[in-house]
Ligand binder design. Sequence first.
Ligand code: FES
Ligand code: FES
Length: 177
Amino acid sequence: MRVDVTINGEPRSAEVEPRTLLVDFIRTHLGLTGTHVGCDTTSCGACTVILDGKPVKSCTVLAVQAHGSELRTVEGLRQNGRLHPIQAAFKEHHGLQCGFCTPGMMLVGAALLEKNPAPSEEEIRWELSGNLCRCTGYMNIVEAIKAAGAGSAGDAVGEDLGAAESVAAAEEMEAHA
Ligand code: FES
Ligand code: FES
């Protein structure tokens, strides 16, 4: 079946088997490997993407269900060579260690801040409850999302980093594929 989507603002399409998972469509058919596969069983949230404005676990959605939809992955966060505020905040507040959970965490955080720019710690932790991190203990992830909402991280890091370094930092957060 043919699946057409707009992903990170770009129209893309591919022929897939009806059983193809959205995460495999994104990684294998579209070549965007920043979206990770951790458990493949809806437990870890590593595969989180934004589907029509809402975070979903892409290992639990069929590619054909996303036909005609708007998708956003971690590769769509940075713009014009600059870190998205949530990326800048994760960098500044050490919100990642191995980085495997990071794309999903940042997308959940970005979606939360779009609907609520000043969430409480409890609200942040609730939103993150479907995403597991085996490294950080979550505290710095929560701090990073809070800082991104307050607008205190993105500006500072944006000023300090040159475009090349911003791109390198963003690519690091999209890596560990
Ligand atoms: S890979 Fe999808 S929830 Fe873990
Ligand atoms: S930083 Fe390693 S799993 Fe979260």
